[in-house]
Design a protein around this ligand. Structure first.
Ligand SMILES: C[S@@+](CC[C@H](N)C(=O)[O-])C[C@H]1O[C@@H](n2cnc3c(N)ncnc32)[C@H](O)[C@@H]1O
Length: 217
């Protein structure tokens, strides 16, 4: 069966949103989310930023009759802070002088008409993972790219992927030449495979899709 693809208006909203994910990886994420949605469980994202990838999870959730849950403290990752390559001055809250991507994220979802299919959790990924009680049909890890953050995201969220569900990891760069924020996502990808709990399904540029095929984590 051909992979599910988003409607043109959803793809247009994705392309118009602030964010870093290229279209090819977005299509792979959408296909994974559409497949995982069949489990009827929430589709969970770590790393909302301004909602670019959330649009795809939200639309897949809508189609499947479930919901997308997206987690972010909205203060930005290391490489998005002032002075770094990925900083966008428009994301700074002038009153507090810190990044705040929540308002842009809310506008992104509103414009895409997808607000009612998303639960946005504002908080730190490890704290949210600790209080998250249920399983997820899909966990998409696109949060902080230091070893500390990527490891916390893996350890906090991978156990919540339901049997048959999908673990998707962004910015997996096996070759250090390609790295721009380090290879921490690559290391958690290797760890997931080595755990015996996950089997690789697909690789699209830096996006890896793994299926939960056993216990072990
Ligand atoms: C690469 S961006 C996400 C990009 C987004 N998925 C997209 O497609 O545009 C990473 C996000 O992770 C968030 N983040 C980093 N570390 C985090 C943590 N420990 N807990 C929650 N969010 C975190 C940052 O605030 C940032 O918005």
């Amino acid at each position: 069966m051909a992979p599910a693809t988003p409607q043109p208006e959803i793809l247009a909203a994705f392309e118009a949103a602030k964010g870093f994910m290229p279209v090819g990886e977005g299509l792979a994420l959408y296909a994974a989310a559409a497949e995982a949605g069949a489990l009827g469980l929430p589709l969970l994202e770590v790393g909302t930023y301004c909602g670019r990838s959330t649009i795809l999870l939200a639309d897949a959730a809508r189609e499947a009759g479930t919901v997308a849950v997206t987690v972010d403290h909205h203060r930005g990752s290391e490489e998005q802070q002032p002075g770094w390559d990925y900083h966008d001055p428009e994301t700074v809250d002038p009153e507090v002088g810190l990044m705040d991507t929540l308002p842009t994220f809310r506008r992104t979802l509103h414009k895409a008409g997808l607000e009612e299919y998303v639960v946005a959790v504002v908080g730190r990924s490890p704290q949210v993972a600790k209080v998250w009680g249920g399983k997820a049909g899909l966990v998409f890890i696109d949060g902080g790219h230091t070893d500390e953050h990527a490891t916390n995201d893996y350890e906090g969220w991978a156990p919540h992927v339901a049997e048959g569900g999908l673990l998707v990891i962004h910015d997996v760069f096996p070759d250090p030449v390609d790295e721009w924020t380090g290879q921490a996502p690559y290391r958690i990808y290797l760890r997931a495979l080595a755990s015996g709990a996950f089997t690789e399904v697909s690789a699209t540029d830096s996006l890896r899709v793994l299926r939960r095929t056993g216990p072990g984590i």
